[in-house]
Design a protein around this ligand. Structure first.
Ligand SMILES: NC(=O)c1ccc[n+]([C@@H]2O[C@H](COP(=O)([O-])OP(=O)(O)OC[C@H]3O[C@@H](n4cnc5c(N)ncnc54)[C@H](OP(=O)(O)O)[C@@H]3O)[C@@H](O)[C@H]2O)c1
Length: 315
């Protein structure tokens, strides 16, 4: 086998999970400011199946065949000529830009500025479940909302990937966290640290939560609309589901903002890794599958109410 080939999961057409094919692909070459990563594990996110289905073609017009995957943990294999911040052999994790992808494969390239040291206390699979959801929650709470100690935050989807990091950041920051979850996951969000757990299947959160400083909405639709009334004057609602429509406040005293996660490995991801290693942050539990089973995982993530992250492992 020629050394410039690698195993990968590719899609040649958009569509159902069966379009994901395990096959040989060309191994990428790092540019001067990039590193070549030997992928050990890649996280699977809701956006993966939306891209696979073709729903994001207008925003990301990828040429086909396409290799998905942007949450990666692995080892630096080689570095570009201009890279000085990292060396071959270092263990790293990273979020790749959404217009790049490529991590459902043995190797992927990333700009050196995006990679951070893998937290030492967790394995590759757990680390691969971290970057994009942890960065989304971080940027929502600290960059957009500027969450302060003593403030109250209402987190929708607190049991999910983004939500579970948001709960932990809020408690780390000294804020009061209210979380919504299904009946089956209430105990989980209590273990994460929420001060108040609301069962979205049996309760109306807007009748319970009031005078909230920040809402983090990872659900959208009616959940987002009903959230406005929980905010105090000057409060802010941040939504992960804001891409398709502007977030309009019914009151000029309230602010709304969509969050679009940015891969910023060298600073935020490094801090997140340090919080994991110092025991302040528990990463999501992961369910690990071999890379070859990407289609099975897509089927599950698209249709199921799982808990934790799906991760594909490359041997
Ligand atoms: N814009 C961005 O930059 C960005 C970045 C990351 C993620 N996202 C998006 O953010 C969303 C969440 O991502 P994720 O990775 O956190 O997903 P996830 O891990 O699937 O979490 C979603 C959670 O929401 C819960 N849930 C479902 N309906 C609910 C409701 N009505 N009220 C409260 N909780 C509810 C689910 O639990 P149950 O099973 O118990 O219902 C699940 O735990 C996805 O749509 C994703 O595409 C956007």
């Amino acid at each position: 086998m020629a050394t410039n080939m690698m195993d990968a999961i590719r899609l040649h057409n958009y569509g159902a999970p069966a379009v994901l094919v395990y096959e040989k692909a060309s191994r990428p070459e790092p540019q001067a400011d990039e590193v070549l990563i030997r992928v050990h594990a890649v996280g699977v996110n809701p956006a993966d199946w939306k891209i696979r289905q073709g729903y994001l073609q207008a925003k990301f017009p990828f040429p086909l065949p396409l290799i998905l995957g942007y949450d990666v943990a692995g080892v630096v294999e080689t570095i570009g000529a201009a890279v000085t911040t990292v060396s071959p052999g270092e263990t790293i994790f990273a979020m790749l830009p959404l217009n790049q992808l490529g991590a459902y494969a043995e190797y992927v390239v990333a700009n050196a500025a995006l990679i951070a040291p893998k937290p030492m206390s967790v394995d590759f699979a757990t680390a691969a479940g971290v970057p994009s959801i942890a960065l989304t929650a971080w940027q929502a709470l600290f960059n957009l909302a500027d969450l302060q100690p003593g403030q109250t935050i209402l987190i929708h989807g607190a049991s999910g990937g983004v939500g579970s990091f948001a709960v932990q950041y809020a408690k780390w920051k000294g804020a009061i966290a209210i979380g919504t979850a299904s009946t089956a996951k209430l105990e989980f969000i209590q273990q994460l640290g929420v001060d108040q757990a609301i069962d979205y299947q049996t309760e109306r959160f807007e009748e319970i939560a009031a005078d909230v400083d920040v809402v983090l909405d990872t659900i959208g639709g009616g959940t987002r609309q009903r959230s406005w009334q929980t905010l105090k004057s000057g409060g802010i609602l941040i939504s992960t589901e804001g891409a398709a429509e502007p977030v309009v406040s019914p009151s000029s005293a309230l602010r709304g903002a969509p969050i679009f996660v940015e891969p910023t490995g060298s600073n935020q991801l490094q801090q997140i890794g340090q919080l994991i290693d110092s025991g302040h942050l528990n990463p999501s539990t992961v369910e690990v599958f071999p890379l070859q089973e990407a289609a099975t995982v897509h089927d599950a993530i698209q249709n199921g109410h799982r808990r934790g992250k799906f991760v594909l492992q490359i041997d």
